[in-house]
Design a protein around this ligand. Structure first.
Ligand code: AMP
Length: 214
């Protein structure tokens, strides 16, 4: 099963991609996660990406294409994957066409998660990640201040630099202007399924499973 999951930042595509990858035993490829790891490790890719990401802009198409190709080549991609965060521009669609052709990937399913802008701004500005267990939560989930509701670690809840309101709005603008045309590019080429991303997590997963099992 080969899936590309799309959606504005904060719509829950990372959360859903992780769940679906586990349920279907396929690899989750998140370009945002790979870039964040590279920044944390201080690799050449990380150094090139750090400031661009903190501004809420997009890393160059060239770098992203190389990263995705290397990642797909690093495992048995025919067994399945869910690609989260790529392609994000029309140039990246062209790069994807070339990579998929070379690797004989011919029938991916595209899932678009939709949500209203203001809901996303609220979600993202209250999003935190636990540096101990990696859980992603929102401030509404927290019962005790500064305690991770998943692993109970204290003072480990960190806000991503690009989750400030100003940067979130910039990321949403980039999404509207640069990434939405990607959906049009694929409509008619591959199967595109649109799902309401504002529903509870379990319901979104159910809707995704329903289209995958069609
Ligand atoms: P995400 O976690 O998917 O929202 O990605 C976080 C940030 O990583 C984005 O705001 C971009 O700066 C960068 N990024 C991730 N994927 C891509 C991509 N396909 N093209 C360009 N930049 C990307």
């Amino acid at each position: 099963m080969q899936i590309i999951i799309f959606g504005a930042p904060g719509v829950g595509k990372g959360t859903q991609a992780k769940i679906i990858a586990q349920k279907y035993n396929i690899k989750h490829i998140s370009t945002g996660d790979i870039l964040r790891e590279s920044v944390a490790k201080g690799t050449a890719l990380g150094l090139a990406a750090k400031e661009v990401m903190e501004r809420g802009d997009l890393v160059s198409d060239d770098l992203m294409g190389k990263l995705v190709k290397e990642t797909l080549n690093g495992f048995d991609y025919q067994k399945g994957f869910i690609l989260d965060g790529f392609p994000r521009t029309l140039a990246q669609c062209k790069i994807t066409d070339t990579i998929f052709e070379e690797l004989n990937i011919s029938n991916p399913i595209l899932i678009l998660l939709k949500a209203d802008t203001e809901i996303i701004v609220r979600r993202l500005t209250s999003r935190r990640q636990c540096s101990a267990c990696g859980a992603i939560i929102t401030l509404n989930d927290i019962k005790e201040p500064d305690v991770c509701p998943k692993c109970n670690a204290r003072n480990t809840l960190i806000k991503r630099k690009d989750d400030s309101e100003e940067v979130v709005r910039r990321r949403l603008k980039v999404f509207r202007e640069t990434t939405l045309p990607v959906i049009e590019y694929y409509q008619g080429k591959y199967r595109v399924e649109i799902i309401n991303g504002t529903q509870p997590i379990e319901k979104v997963t159910k809707d995704i499973e329903a289209v995958l099992n069609k």
